[in-house]
Write a protein that binds this ligand. Structure first.
Ligand SMILES: N[C@@H](CCC(=O)N[C@@H](CS)C(=O)NCC(=O)O)C(=O)O
Length: 206
């Protein structure tokens, strides 16, 4: 049995839980981090010196970094389309996973912390506005790609949809004026038809 250590409202835990459900990996999740704590103990730090969630534990195999875990679960299952049969398709999935980390994650985190985890009187609206403008540029690139493709790497979802898909829920659920990106919205609605996405990603924001 695979154990995933991490709280359900963490976007990085959501990537892993959604992938596990899609590829049919049996996993048991344990609340760690945030209000639950437990990620600063010597035992936890021995597994993940970064003190972050999620961590995957499978016997004596330990893995941290959510996107490494997503790739591990997809490859271990060998299930297409999540782990694509063609190396070129997997390369494109990796490309979009990296794009999320390098071009969106910091801006999405600034918006999320600003609007969801900061009280209104303490919000830095200028910083939030700047992050929304930067994130909008990156989402416009995703939108343009989705004008030509149903999902990030083709006609079916793959691991390339996972990080962006988790962030897309937050993008559409947070209270601010978004630019209209119709392909992005259509793709998000298609993801929302999937039970694993609804179950693990479309959670109330907290
Ligand atoms: N690059 C890491 C980042 C992990 C990370 O920052 N996790 C956050 C939650 S989203 C965390 O552990 N925060 C501290 C906590 O939950 O106590 C990954 O992708 O796994």
């Amino acid at each position: 049995m695979i154990r995933i250590l991490g709280r359900a409202n963490s976007i990085n835990v959501q990537k892993v839980m959604w992938t596990a459900a899609e590829v049919g990996s049996e996993v048991e999740r344990q609340d760690v981090g945030g209000a639950f704590g437990g990620n600063d103990t010597p035992e936890y730090l021995a597994m993940n010196p970064n003190g972050r969630v999620p961590v995957l534990v499978e016997g004596d195999f330990v893995l941290w970094e959510s996107q490494a875990i997503v790739r591990y679960l997809a490859e271990k299952s060998g299930k297409a389309p999540w782990w694509a049969a063609k190396i070129e398709d997997r390369a494109h999935a990796n490309q979009w996973m990296d794009f999320y980390i390098n071009s969106l994650h910091a801006h999405m985190t600034a918006i999320f912390w600003g609007l969801i985890r900061t009280t209104p009187e303490k919000r830095d609206m200028a910083a939030i506005g700047k992050a929304i403008a930067e994130a909008s540029k990156a989402w416009a690139i995703v939108d343009a790609h989705l004008a030509r493709s149903s999902f990030m790497t083709g006609q079916e979802p793959s691991m390339g949809d996972v990080p962006l898909g988790c962030a897309a829920h937050r993008w559409h659920a947070m209270p601010f004026d978004r630019p209209e990106l119709k392909n992005l919205r259509r793709w998000h609605e298609a993801l929302a038809e999937r039970k694993p996405y609804r179950q693990h990603v479309m959670l109330p924001l907290s």
